[in-house]
Design a protein around this ligand. Structure first.
Ligand code: LCS
Length: 367
């Protein structure tokens, strides 16, 4: 796919320009509205997700804010997973409240909590599964039923799985979104997002808003993601195989308090993970017996893995959600969401398994 590195598209004549703006001619006009490279990426991810159409966005947060700005407004209500990516929660709690939007955060791994939180003005049910960083899992099909009964739309953040491991639209979701910064691009060199709608009508509603809000992806960025996605299956399968082994070994390590990984029988939603995901993924959360202090020692002592936020790249990354990705949520919201101060998050990369393990184990020895 070429990079259409062009902000604008020449019209044959004034009538053609007018026809493009009136919608009679579907040709390209301006890159904020649509661009051929962006369109290729939108088709690719929409097909992988089994959706009707995609909208590529500048970042994952741009995809999330577009969904909120499209479907929420003064007097509208959203029910969301409590343990979501920190800025998703703070966007709702700190910014959208200024526009009269109400939000309720619950532990969506028990769908009864969603049912109890629904009100007459609930427009959206928003779930992140597996959740960042608790890796709690929500039953997408069960929530889709609840959303339908309530007349609300179900939006799923599928970032932790990628479409390779989970296809929420097939389970009844209305909209799926991604931070493509993560597994879909996979090389830690791009920030990008994607919205996939189950119907063209939903896509068109969001397209109108994104054109006005301006969160469109840049074509060069879209091209890099198109290149990255070609190896999605190879990367995710390799990282996942290492993650499974690493989680099992970590669980046996004497300095580890607990490990949370969807592939472990000890995961509270192990059976559900097996049912709705085609694999447990490459994200592991754990806590050390020495709590935050021991966690810091490990993070400061790794050398093959990188101490950095983000996830889903070919490089293994380690980080501390309470002081980094989820710091903005504040201690109360973190406690409610089950994000303990000692939780360490590990994004398993595609390095050789023995190297990843040796590096982490020498860091554990430093405690
Ligand atoms: N959704 C999830 C589940 C995420 O993990 C992130 C970013 C976003 C949305 C937002 O995407 P972005 O705008 O960054 O492309 N998560 C990050 C993380 O855990 N560490 O650094 C970024």
């Amino acid at each position: 796919m070429p990079i259409f590195q062009s902000s604008t598209f020449a019209f044959e004549d004034a009538d053609q320009g007018a026809a493009r703006f009136s919608g009679k001619d579907s040709g390209y006009k301006y890159t904020r509205i649509a661009n051929p490279t962006n369109a290729a990426l939108e088709c690719c991810i929409a097909e992988l997700e089994g959706g009707a159409a995609g909208l590529a966005t500048a970042t994952g947060m741009s995809a999330i804010s577009t969904v909120f700005m499209t479907f929420l407004g003064a007097g509208k209500h959203i029910v969301s997973t409590g343990s979501v990516y920190g800025p998703t929660r703070t966007l709702l709690e700190n910014e959208l409240t200024r526009f009269g939007v109400e939000s309720t955060f619950v532990d969506t791994s028990d769908v009864k909590n969603i049912k109890a939180a629904i009100k007459g003005n609930t427009e959206l049910i928003y779930i992140e599964t597996p959740a960042n960083p608790t890796l709690s899992i929500t039953d997408i099909a069960a929530v889709a039923k609840i959303a339908k009964e309530a007349g609300a739309l179900l939006v799923v953040d599928n970032t932790f799985c990628s479409p390779l491991l989970q296809k929420p639209i097939k389970l009844g979701a209305d909209i799926v979104l991604h931070s493509m910064t993560k597994f879909i691009n996979g090389h830690s060199d791009v920030v990008a997002g994607m919205l996939v709608a189950s119907t063209l009508e939903l896509r068109n509603k969001m397209h109108k808003v994104i054109c006005q809000m301006g969160g469109t992806i840049d074509p060069h960025q879209a091209w890099l993601v198109l290149r990255g996605v070609k190896t999605l299956a190879l990367r995710v399968k390799a990282a996942q195989a290492s993650a499974m082994r690493l989680a099992e070994e970590l669980e046996k390590h004497p300095k580890i308090e607990w490990v949370k990984y969807p592939g472990l029988k000890s995961h509270p939603q192990y059976e559900l993970a097996k049912k709705q995901m085609s694999g447990p993924g490459a994200m592991i959360s754990f806590e050390l017996k020495g709590g935050v202090k021991a966690g810091k020692t490990v993070m400061d002592s790794v050398s093959l893995s990188t101490l950095a936020v983000s996830l889903g790249g070919i490089e293994s990354l380690i980080q501390h959600p309470a002081s980094m990705t989820h710091a903005s949520m504040g201690p109360k919201a973190r406690a409610e969401a089950g994000i303990s101060d000692g939780l360490v998050r590990f994004s398993v990369g595609c390095e050789d398994y023995d190297d990843i393990k040796a590096d982490l184990w020498q860091a554990l020895d430093k405690i």
